[in-house]
Unconditional design. Structure first.
Length: 498
């Protein structure tokens, strides 16, 4: 019996389609349920009927793209704007689209301008009135928890006001992490919809030599880590939707872009592997009208629909809690973990040998970035955790604190760069694997949590599922699979638990 099982494991034929089940069928043609489709954005111009007709056209275009929601930038409030905004909400509801808004002001008065009000009190009164008016006018149309308010920027001393008022209004507040004057973990702590931002944002440049090119690449890598930190903290706070903002008007074409189904795929994958599970595609003031751009965007929306469908299933695996500092750039590679900073640790409690957060998630193992321990208060908290029976390690520096979840190797001179996301459901272990480079090749990938079933490779571009050509189950129950990755390729590796 054991020999038969080994034979099946090692010699499954190429391209054999995995046996269909409910999840794989849904992956192939994802349902149009709330929250699993991409979001698009447009700006509502001033005016009456012409502005409304423009908005209707943008909603029609968004539906044709396969988008599941829209973020609308609104002008200063007038009776016409309120009338159009209500009509837009009705049309979006008919299309079963989520609706959020931003850049909205009740007045042009500089004293209570949204970005830089003269005082906390003025800002609070203005925001409270705005939220009350929105809820009053649209609550009967759209319900309480569908609308969201996105803040591209917020002053540091206003974050608690926004947090309280937006939640009291029954809405979800979103803030882009690069528009916040505090750590990405703090954004995830205060805002129900933290928004990761693509790595080209505020980093566009045309390097003229290798030194400039290297510096640009380093800044983008730092921004990727910044996104990862926000995503890890959002999971600690159990944020159901972690948005990723992708500005297509600034997106640079990567090497080998002509080989890709849509040129911005690497940027989208960066956001997904950093922790985003819903992507906002910003195309400027309106949807693309060029046929080629429209086809690319539709392909991209279908791809994101499948990815987001699975990346919202079950829960992200977390072997430990990683406490990062303000300038933490090093990252425990190959592990699955959640994140926190000092603000979050100060709001946590320690009970029965576990660190517990307001989200009700708890952790028995804490890994601390070494630069955090320079601070006296942080040292005190770390020592208290040890005294309460929590396993505390420092990184880098300590011995291995958990078995790595995902490792890979290759003998090629030019190597791909693999990133991963690991989620588990009641019946499956789901690994999202991305080649974040323009180098194609075969890598032998080792997966830690594999259940008992034969692994399956699911293609989010096409919805097809297949068995790998060969794999090897190791004595510790991990599985090694040689996988070919094309340039900027991606796939899901799915293990059934039974």
């Amino acid at each position: 019996m054991k020999l038969t099982y080994l034979f099946l494991c090692l010699f499954v034929s190429v391209g054999l389609r995995a046996e269909a089940d409910d999840l794989s069928q849904a992956f192939s043609s994802p349902p149009n349920v709330e929250g699993v489709r991409a979001i698009t954005a447009f700006s509502l111009p001033k005016g009456g009927e012409s502005a409304l007709n423009f908005a209707y056209a943008q909603l029609d275009r968004a539906r044709e793209l396969g988008a599941g929601g829209v973020l609308v930038s609104l002008p200063t409030a007038t009776p016409e704007v309120w009338k159009n905004w209500t009509a837009i909400a009705n049309r979006a509801k008919q299309f079963q689209m989520d609706l959020s808004f931003c850049d909205f002001s009740l007045t042009n008065s500089p004293a209570i301008n949204r970005k830089k009000p003269s005082s906390r009190g003025d800002f609070a009164r203005h925001l409270n009135l705005l939220l009350f008016e929105s809820q009053h006018r649209l609550g009967g149309t759209y319900g309480d928890n569908v609308l969201g308010y996105h803040f591209p920027f917020i002053p540091a001393d206003r974050s608690d006001i926004v947090n309280d008022l937006v939640q009291e209004a029954g809405l979800h507040a979103s803030l882009g992490i690069f528009g916040a004057p505090f750590t990405p973990e703090t954004v995830a702590f205060y805002y129900h919809r933290p928004m990761l931002q693509d790595t080209t944002r505020n980093a566009s440049a045309n390097p003229t030599n290798e030194v400039e090119a290297g510096a640009l690449q380093q800044r983008r890598q730092q921004r990727y880590h910044y996104n990862c930190r926000a995503g890890a903290a959002a999971r600690t706070m159990w944020r159901a939707q972690i948005w990723g903002h992708l500005n297509l008007t600034q997106a640079e074409k990567p090497p080998a872009a002509d080989l890709l189904p849509f040129s911005w795929k690497p940027l989208a994958d960066n956001l997904l592997t950093a922790g985003a599970n819903r992507i906002l595609l910003f195309t400027g003031d309106k949807m693309p009208s060029d046929d080629r751009e429209f086809r690319e965007m539709r392909e991209g929306c279908a791809y994101l629909h499948r990815c987001q469908f699975l990346l919202q299933k079950g829960a992200r695996v977390a072997d430990f809690l990683f406490w990062s500092g303000a300038i933490t750039d090093e990252w425990p590679e190959g592990y699955s973990f959640d994140g926190a900073d000092l603000t979050m640790m100060d709001h946590a409690s320690i009970q029965k040998g576990k660190i517990r957060f307001p989200s009700e998630l708890s952790y028995q193992t804490l890994v601390i970035a070494t630069n955090v321990l320079v601070d006296t208060h942080c040292n005190y908290l770390a020592e208290r955790c040890r005294q309460e029976g929590i396993k505390v390690y420092s990184f880098p520096g300590d011995e291995v604190f958990a078995k790595q979840d995902f490792t890979w190797r290759t003998d090629a001179d030019e190597k791909p760069v693999l990133r991963f996301v690991h989620r588990h459901t009641q019946d499956e272990e789901l690994y999202f694997v991305v080649n974040a480079s323009s180098v194609a090749g075969v890598a032998t990938v080792r997966f830690r949590d594999t259940g008992r079933g034969i692994p399956e490779r699911w293609n989010p571009m096409t919805g097809e599922t297949a068995y790998p050509e060969t794999f090897r189950r190791l004595p510790d129950s991990s599985v090694e699979i040689p996988l070919f990755f094309d340039v900027y390729d991606s796939c899901f590796i799915v293990f059934k638990k039974k």
